[in-house]
Design a protein around this ligand. Sequence first.
Ligand code: DCP
Length: 239
Amino acid sequence: ESVDEELKGTDTSKLPKNRRLTFCVEGNISVGKTTFLQRIANETIELRDLVEIVPEPIAKWQDVGPEHFNILDAFYAEPERYAYTFQNYVFVTRVMQEKESACGMKPLRLMERSVFSDRMVFVRAVHEANWMNEMEISIYDSWFDPVVSSLPGLIPDGFIYLRASPDTCHKRMMVRKRSEEGGVTLDYLRGLHEKHESWLLPSKGGASGVLSVSQLPVHLEGSLPADIRDRVFYLEGDH
Ligand code: DCP
């Protein structure tokens, strides 16, 4: 609700013509990003005309090419073999997804995740797990900055961080039972949680509010708006 209020309070008339606000919704696997976005799309009537929802391109990862390869499944089945290939494809599909939504007229755009959480959370996690070797992470790093800076549509005005404990996410993942995620462990979710936390660390505890983006690496900070630290909102999602 507080995020709805924040978005409703945004004075879009002050934006330059053709300038939309884009917020990326972040959070651990199964935290409820899709549900959150669907609620805004379907239930919050006042916001429906204001907000364009850009879901994560997961369907594109599950059905690649005429052979219908499921690259999400391939990644979880053989992570050492496919982590780089998968993260590379995730990036490309985000670029495609962003382009598809680039011409929308609604003043606010909410995107599920971003290339920044791909880099800060998942690529780090798979590298630490030794699923991406030094050569592969070096290749990823070498194209990430130049490609992101040449695609301004990927750069959000702010982030909304849906925050819940790894236990909660694990329980929700068990209920959802996405077939590819059968092998995702509570430990892996804990690692992803820590990476979200160190990237989007709350400046103060308590109820939903504004976060400061601490420890943002220089290369990411350069791509993001200068006052990005004031543009991260979080929602507690353990209930
Ligand atoms: N994934 C990944 N690397 C990325 C992005 C996603 O390995 N850079 C994986 C993690 C999940 C699946 O893709 O197995 C989708 O993850 P998300 O957390 O983005 O989406 P969910 O559907 O789990 O989110 P929610 O339940 O919050 O809607």
